[in-house]
Ligand binder design. Structure first.
Ligand SMILES: Nc1nc2c(ncn2[C@@H]2O[C@H](COP(=O)(O)OP(=O)(O)OP(=O)(O)O)[C@@H](O)[C@H]2O)c(=O)[nH]1
Length: 338
C-alpha cells in the first residue's frame, strides 16, 4: 500500500467547534475534506458529517438553486441578491455545480473573482465548483458542503449551475426552490425554455430587464407566464411565477427573493420535510449508482476485455446485449475472485 502523504492529523473536535463558531479556515478545511476522494478523507468526512448532522427540526436554511445559460447574468444576480440578503441580516453561502469542470478539471462557477463584492462580505462564503470526478461526485461534495455551511450558521445557501441538462436536474434534487434565470424570449424560443424548465423551475426571472430591453423582457415574462398558467391550469400545484429583474441595476431582486420565500411557504414545514426526505432517498441511490460505475471502471476483469468488446461491437460481430453480459460477468468474476 502506498504511504500516505504526511499531513497534519485531523482534529475532528477542533474542526467541529470551528465550524460551529463559523470560522472560515475550518469551514474551508471541512469542505476540502468532503470534496476529497482519498479513502481516508472519505472516512473522516463521514464522521464529520455525522457529528454535524442536525435533526430535521427547527429553523432550516433556505436552499436555493440558481440556473441559466452562460451569459444570462448568474454571477451578477448572485452578487446582487447575496449582498442584499447579507444587508438584511442573513448569512449567505454560495456553492456551485459546474459540469464543465467535471470534464476539463477547471472550475468556473462560483469563482470569487466573478463576485468581487460578495466575496469580500464577511457574512458571505463563496466556494467554486469542485473540479474533479463525476457529476455524481461533485453533487455529493456540494450536498455535503451545504451541511457544513448550515452547521456554520449560514441560513441561505445558493447553489449555482449552468442551464444545461443533467446538472440542473442534479441541483434541483438538492435544493428547496429552483430559480431559473432567462432572457427575453418569445415564440419558438419560448417552447424550448418551457420544455426544459417545466419539471424543475419553481420561480422564473427574466433578467436584463433594463434600458432598451425592459419592454421586451416584460412582454416575454407575460407570454411565458401565460403559457405556464395554461400548462398548470386546474390543479392545486404551485404555478411557477415569472417576473422580470435587472441584476446589473439591482432592480426587483428583492421581488424575486419574495417569490422564493412564497414557494417555500407553499411547501410548508411538512412539505419541505417530505421533499428533503425524498431527496435524501434519491441521493442515496445516486451515490450507489455512482460508486458502482466507478467500481466498474476500476475492475481489472472489465479492463482486460474492454478493447476486444469495443472492436466486436463496432464491427457488428457482437450484439450489445451479449457484450453487456460479458462485461458484467467479467466484473462479477473480479468481485468473487478477490
Ligand atoms: N444589461 C444587463 N446586463 C447584465 C445584467 N446581468 C448581467 N449582465 C451582463 O451580462 C454579462 C454576463 O453576466 P454574468 O453575470 O457573468 O453571467 P453568467 O450567467 O454568470 O455567465 P457565465 O459566467 O458565462 O455562466 C456581463 O457582461 C454582465 O455585466 C442585467 O441585469 N442587465
Amino acid at each position: 500500500m502506498r504511504a500516505q502523504r504526511a499531513s497534519k492529523p485531523l482534529d475532528l473536535d477542533a474542526l467541529v467547534a470551528g465550524i460551529r463558531d463559523g470560522r472560515r479556515s475550518e469551514i474551508s478545511r471541512a469542505i476540502t475534506l468532503v470534496e476529497s476522494s482519498r479513502p481516508d478523507h472519505r472516512v473522516a468526512a463521514r464522521e464529520l458529517l455525522g457529528r454535524l448532522h442536525e435533526p430535521a427540526t427547527g429553523a432550516r436554511a433556505n436552499r436555493v438553486g440558481i440556473s441559466g445559460v452562460p451569459g444570462v447574468g448568474k454571477s451578477t444576480f448572485i452578487e446582487a441578491l447575496g449582498t442584499w440578503l447579507t444587508g438584511s441580516g442573513h448569512r449567505v453561502g454560495v456553492l456551485a455545480v459546474d459540469p464543465s469542470s467535471v470534464r476539463t478539471g477547471g472550475s468556473v462557477l462560483g469563482d470569487k473573482t466573478r463576485m468581487a463584492r460578495l466575496s469580500a462580505d464577511p457574512d458571505a462564503y463563496i466556494r467554486p465548483s469542485p473540479s474533479a470526478g463525476t457529476l455524481g461526485g461533485v453533487a455529493r461534495a456540494t450536498t455535503q458542503a451545504m451541511t457544513v455551511l448550515e452547521a456554520a450558521g449560514y441560513d441561505v445557501v445558493l447553489v449555482e449551475t449552468v442551464g444545461v441538462g443533467q446538472s440542473e436536474v442534479t441541483v434541483a434534487g438538492m435544493v428547496d426552490t429552483f430559480l431559473f434565470l432567462t432572457l427575453a424570449r418569445t415564440g419558438d424560443q419560448l417552447q424550448g425554455i418551457k420544455k426544459g424548465i417545466l419539471e424543475i423551475a419553481d420561480v422564473i426571472a427574466v433578467n436584463k430587464a433594463d434600458g432598451d430591453r425592459e419592454t421586451e423582457a416584460r412582454s416575454a415574462a407575460k407570454e411565458l407566464s401565460g403559457a405556464l398558467r395554461l400548462v398548470y391550469s386546474g390543479g392545486d400545484s404551485w404555478v411557477p411565477p415569472v417576473l422580470t429583474c435587472s441584476a446589473l441595476e439591482n432592480h426587483d431582486i428583492d421581488r424575486v427573493w419574495q417569490r422564493v420565500l412564497e414557494h417555500r411557504a407553499f411547501l410548508g414545514e411538512e412539505g419541505l420535510s417530505r421533499k428533503r426526505a425524498e431527496q435524501q432517498l434519491e441521493f442515496t441511490w445516486a451515490l450507489v449508482r455512482d460508486e458502482l460505475a466507478e467500481r466498474l471502471r476500476r475492475s481489472p476483469g472489465v479492463a482486460a476485455i474492454r478493447d476486444q468488446i469495443r472492436r466486436e461491437v463496432l464491427s457488428g460481430e457482437l450484439a450489445a446485449s451479449v457484450a453487456a453480459d460479458r462485461l458484467l460477468a467479467a466484473y462479477d468474476e473480479d468481485r468473487h475472485g478477490t
